[in-house]
Design a protein around this ligand. Structure first.
Ligand SMILES: *Cc1c(COP(=O)(O)O)cnc(C)c1O
Length: 400
């Protein structure tokens, strides 16, 4: 018996059973559906990408996995070296994990220990955004701010180790002023807050955050698990404002196999580099640097570099804008878009009830949540396919 995610098992509808997947399409026995979610935003090159599939197969013929405890291998070495070149600034030190949540945990652990290693034991707090989502493990739930996902934390009462702030510069300055002596990091989903409701905000906020972090000696962490690899219309938001630590996941392997990475800059790495064994980072996911995943990630990054992806994403953004801008119907609170993400926020979640089945009948797979009807399509989508996704969203509000 499978226990499915984010579901009341008693009332869950039967999940669609997928028998094949290729390009933007997923197939049930009798239906062909455009996946407008890219399987939780990860399958940026589409399903069964031949280059990624071949990379995984070729690696499997050599070996599928060896641990990184005392061992290393070509695929992980190549990927780390690729990421060093591919990522901006001195984001050069790659710590691999098996999932985004774990990679965020690692970033938060790095931030705390960075100060512990300096014998600064006062900096125990995290600053993060209201409505943020950083994963479903315990520390990431704490850093997050989403009652809909993490309401169980209320069993613990107030959380003294996290301060939340809105995406507003005045509030940010006030939070730094008040808490800076106790903060080890400020963690954000840069520009686009995904699971917290596809909330978008301005780059000026992040520029100010960088200044404040420098002024007060607080580490800046970008959780680019969702935003990385072009989703916001920028390759990485880290290209615009350089964080001390960036976390990548989801699209890292083109969505073909789970993997994530926490990439630290020189300053963070130096905070651990020492003759003292106690200053080492005590973390080591069993499957970190998995050879199949690293091979997939390398192939995915090569595709991203060779395939003019930033142009593809700009085109998706443009066509989305032409099709959706100004769309307004009773019950719609907001229509917002950024890069390869479009979200219709409704006044009441009941207004989206039945949308999944409606879209399914029209050949689109969608998974609205709460008050948010969104699309984050694979970047290889054609104009006709994208229009089908967008028009299905519009038709829902115009049905009889
Ligand atoms: C999905 C997501 C995570 C968690 O990644 P998992 O691989 O699901 O553990 C963390 N941060 C952000 C911003 C995400 O969107």
């Amino acid at each position: 018996m499978i226990w499915y995610p984010y579901q009341q098992m008693k009332t869950m509808r039967e999940p669609y059973r997928i028998v094949d997947a290729e390009g933007v399409y997923i197939y049930t026995e009798d239906k062909k559906l455009i996946d407008s979610t890219s399987s939780w935003w990860s399958v940026i090159h589409g399903y069964k990408n031949p280059k990624i599939t071949k990379a995984i197969k070729d690696q499997a013929d050599v070996f599928s996995h060896v641990m990184l405890g005392g061992l290393t291998h070509d695929s992980v070495l190549k990927l780390a070296s690729k990421l060093k070149d591919f990522l901006p600034g001195d984001l050069d030190y790659c710590f691999f994990s098996d999932s985004g949540s774990v990679a965020v945990e690692v970033a938060l652990k790095m931030a705390l220990q960075f100060y512990v290693n300096k014998n600064d034991l006062k900096r125990t707090k995290i600053l993060s955004l209201t409505h943020s989502y950083h994963g479903d493990t315990f520390k990431t739930m704490e850093a997050g701010d989403d009652e809909d996902y993490h309401f169980i934390l209320k069993a613990y009462g107030e959380n003294p180790n996290v301060v939340h702030v809105d995406t507003n510069i005045d509030d940010l300055e006030a939070a730094f002023k008040k808490h800076h002596e106790e903060l080890n990091c400020f963690i954000v989903e840069p520009l686009l807050q995904g699971a917290g409701g596809m909330r978008m905000y301005d780059i000026s906020f992040l520029k100010r955050a960088r200044e404040l972090c420098d002024e007060y000696g607080v580490l800046l962490i970008f959780d680019e698990v969702a935003t990385g690899f072009g989703r916001t219309g920028y390759r990485f938001v880290s290209d615009l404002v350089l964080p001390d630590i960036v976390v990548l996941g989801k699209a890292l392997t083109g969505g073909h196999i789970g993997h994530a990475v926490t990439v630290a800059n020189q300053k963070v790495y130096d905070g651990f580099y020492s003759d003292d064994p106690d200053c080492a980072l005590m973390h080591g996911p069993t499957f970190m640097g998995n050879a199949l995943a690293c091979s997939a990630a390398l192939a995915s990054i090569e595709l991203f570099e060779e395939g003019k992806y930033m142009e593809k994403i700009a085109h998706i953004a443009q066509l989305t804008k032409e099709t959706m801008e100004g769309f307004s119907r009773p019950g719609i609170k907001d229509v917002r878009m950024m890069g390869g993400c479009i979200c219709i926020e409704v006044e009441d979640s009941s207004l989206l009830k039945g949308y999944q089945e409606f879209a399914y009948e029209r050949g689109v797979f969608a998974r609205p949540f709460l008050n948010y009807l969104y699309a984050m399509v694979p970047y290889i989508i054609t104009d006709d396919e994208l229009l089908k996704v967008l028009n299905t969203m519009k038709e829902w509000f115009d049905r009889g």
